[in-house]
Structures are given as structure tokens and as C-alpha cells.
Unconditional design. Structure first.
Length: 391
């Protein structure tokens, strides 16, 4: 067993491919129900309900390896803490802008929203691109480009218009956006892992507490009438910490070369989680929108199962060549996630001109799959010209 796990990169790339695919379903009509999100009050889940929790699980898989690498490099705990806080701030800021993009006033012309969106994406690239040298093109200081990016975000915040003409509102967190939710979950789980000193029992107890907090959202103290909930939601945090547990088990067993035991434990965790999800299903149902404990448990179980499969294929039997076309999404995930924010405003007029035969049924699904693949290929091309986001 080795330190670098190809399975995590491939798992991340596949999840990113699916995320872009399901995020493009808005451009189709007559989409099969099993591909979409289920409604909040509907007991069940489609493919779209599994993608985000899979990504949260992967965030957790990466935390122990990333922190270990920093410790090995000689970073102090305070330096690592500062890095964790900086990453969290970056994710929360990006998520904050992205979620407010969805809440522009209805009377604002589409062209203004599109320009706002493109400038937001450009600002994010300027701030969080990986600059290999202190000057770009040997003349432009990196700090200047990052300063321009920060200035653009400030300007976008100043001109933002939300709410209605009668009741205008400024930018607000609302639900923080996908990246913001990832940021908050990453923060808590990184702190738990750093504090635990890699003690499995601390991670397990913390995970049980998070699941209990997730369950109490549906059993508020004081009852449903006038009761209060301890926290808003622990679902995202539980999914990330599940991934942390999976990698920590690997790290504990790799030195003893107990690969079979590692695979066995992961499969056991998958069975326990999925069983818990279905056993408790009558209590609150399976709902991604409501973040029910059954949905969290089943998705975590899927995470453990798929990670096991990827580990066997990629790390045990070295079968990785099949994934080469999507690997840019595993290496430059944030770039890949951001690209549609640049592509949609530019090509949306063309998308609207597509005939119905290409935006529905099997043809529509193929169109969205190809779109996801094109985004990943573009991500790889951007890597070659030194455009790759990292926080």
C-alpha cells in the first residue's frame, strides 16, 4: 500500500464529470426523473441527489493526506491552521458570489447578469490561479493581477441588485452555495482531524455526534411546536468526516500491508450506512433537499462502496488508463467547476437555438454528457497554458 492514491483522483474526476452533467440538465426538456433532484417532500433520490454528497465524501478523503503532507514538509500546526482558514475563506467567498448570482432582481436585463457572471469568473481566476512565477509574461506582478481580481469582486458587490424594485436587497449568504457549503464542512472536519492526532476513536465519536445532530434536526428539542434545533444542519459535515474516516483507516493499515482488512472495513462501513439509511427511512424519508439522515447515510454508504471499487481498480490492479480523458477534472477540479460560469453566458444564445430534438430524450442526455466532456477537455487545455485554480 502506498501514500498516493490514484483512486481518489479518479473518484474526484468522475464525480466532477457527473456534477457538470447534472448541472447542465436545466438546458434540456423532458428529462427522466431518475436523473434529476427529487422534490423536498418526495421520498427518494435521483442521480443529481448523489453527486454533491459524493464530492463532500471526496473532500474528506483528501483531508488526512493533505494535512499529513504539510506536516511532513515541516509546517507547524499554526501554519496548517492558517492554511485551513484561508481555504475556507476562499470557498465561502466564491460560494457567496455564486449563490447571489441566482438571486438577481427580475427586472435586471439578462445581459447585465451575464456580464456580472463572466466578470465574477474572471476575478476568481485572477485571485486563485496557481502562479508559478512572481511575474506573468515576465512583466506583470502576480500581486497586481490578484489585486485586480479583488477589485472586480468589490465592484460587482457594489453594483449588485437583489430582491425587487419595491424591496431591493443586497447580497446575503442565503444557503452559501455549493462551494460555501463545502468550505464550512471542510473547516470543521479539518479541525477535528488536526485535533484528533489521527486517533480513529475521536473521528468515530465525532462522526456519531454529527449523525446525531443531523437526526435531531427532525426531532427538535421541545417538539415540533415551538421547539428549537441545536444547529442548522450537520449533514454536509457528516459526509466529509465519513471520507476522513475512510482515508484514516487506510493510513492506519497501509504500513502493515493489510490491504484486505482495509477493503473489508470499507465494505462493512458501506453496508452499515446503507442499512441504517433504509431502516430509518420510515422516520423521515430519503430527501436531499431536506438533508434527511437516511439520505446522508445512504450517500455515505455509496461513497464507501465506490471508493472501495476505485481503490481495487486503480490502486490494487493499476487499471487507470481508462480514466485519462477525465483526469483534468481530478487535478484541476475548481477550474473545471468554474468554467461553465464562463461558457454559459457566451453560448446560451446558441443553446436556445438548438432544435427540440437535440435538447430532449436520449439526444439531450448525450448533448449534456458531451458538454461535460468538453468542459473537462478545456480544463486540460487551460492547464497547459498555466491556468489552474487552487486554494
Amino acid at each position: 500500500m502506498k501514500n498516493r492514491l490514484a483512486s481518489i483522483d479518479i473518484f474526484r474526476a468522475l464525480t466532477m464529470f457527473l456534477m457538470i452533467f447534472v448541472n447542465d440538465l436545466w438546458s434540456l426538456h423532458d428529462v427522466p426523473a431518475w436523473l434529476e433532484h427529487t422534490r423536498a417532500n418526495e421520498d427518494g433520490m435521483g442521480l443529481s441527489d448523489v453527486v454533491f454528497p459524493a464530492f463532500l465524501f471526496i473532500v474528506g478523503l483528501s483531508i488526512p493526506l493533505a494535512i499529513r503532507a504539510r506536516i511532513k514538509k515541516g509546517d507547524s500546526k499554526s501554519t496548517i491552521l492558517m492554511h485551513i482558514f484561508k481555504r475556507t475563506l476562499a470557498l465561502v467567498v466564491m460560494g457567496f458570489f455564486m449563490v447571489n448570482l441566482e438571486s438577481f432582481r427580475k427586472d435586471v436585463p439578462d445581459i447585465i447578469k451575464d456580464i456580472w457572471q463572466v466578470l465574477m469568473a474572471i476575478a476568481i481566476i485572477l485571485i486563485w490561479n496557481v502562479y508559478e512565477k512572481e511575474k506573468v509574461f515576465k512583466t506583470i506582478p502576480v500581486w497586481l493581477l490578484q489585486g485586480i481580481g479583488i477589485g472586480i469582486l468589490i465592484a460587482l458587490a457594489v453594483v449588485y441588485k437583489g430582491g425587487t424594485a419595491e424591496n431591493p436587497v443586497w447580497m446575503s449568504p442565503r444557503w452559501w452555495g455549493i462551494l460555501g457549503l463545502i468550505g464550512w464542512a471542510y473547516l470543521l472536519c479539518s479541525l477535528i482531524y488536526l485535533w484528533s492526532g489521527e486517533k480513529v476513536w475521536i473521528i468515530v465519536i465525532s462522526l456519531l455526534i454529527l449523525h446525531a445532530l443531523n437526526a435531531q434536526e427532525f426531532f427538535p428539542v421541545g417538539g415540533n411546536s415551538g421547539g428549537f434545533r441545536i444547529i442548522v444542519s450537520a449533514s454536509n459535515h457528516a459526509l466529509v468526516l465519513s471520507g476522513v474516516l475512510a482515508t484514516l483507516v487506510y493510513l492506519k493499515l497501509k504500513d502493515d500491508n493489510r490491504e484486505g482488512l482495509f477493503i473489508g472495513i470499507l465494505l462493512m462501513l458501506a453496508v452499515v450506512y446503507i442499512a441504517y439509511g433504509f431502516i430509518t427511512r420510515p422516520l423521515w424519508g430519503i430527501s436531499k433537499i431536506m438533508a434527511t439522515p437516511s439520505w446522508v447515510a445512504i450517500c455515505a454508504g455509496i461513497g464507501f462502496s465506490f471508493f472501495t471499487l476505485m481503490y481495487i481498480l486503480a490502486d490494487k490492479y493499476k487499471l487507470t488508463s481508462w480514466s485519462s480523458i477525465i483526469m483534468p477534472a481530478g487535478r484541476s477540479t475548481l477550474t473545471c467547476y468554474l468554467l461553465p460560469y464562463l461558457i454559459y453566458p457566451i453560448f446560451y444564445p446558441l443553446i436556445k437555438q438548438l432544435p427540440d430534438t437535440l435538447t430532449g430524450g436520449l439526444a439531450g442526455i448525450i448533448k449534456s454528457l458531451l458538454f461535460a466532456l468538453v468542459i473537462i477537455i478545456l480544463t486540460g487545455l487551460l492547464e497547459k497554458i498555466k491556468i489552474r485554480l487552487k486554494i
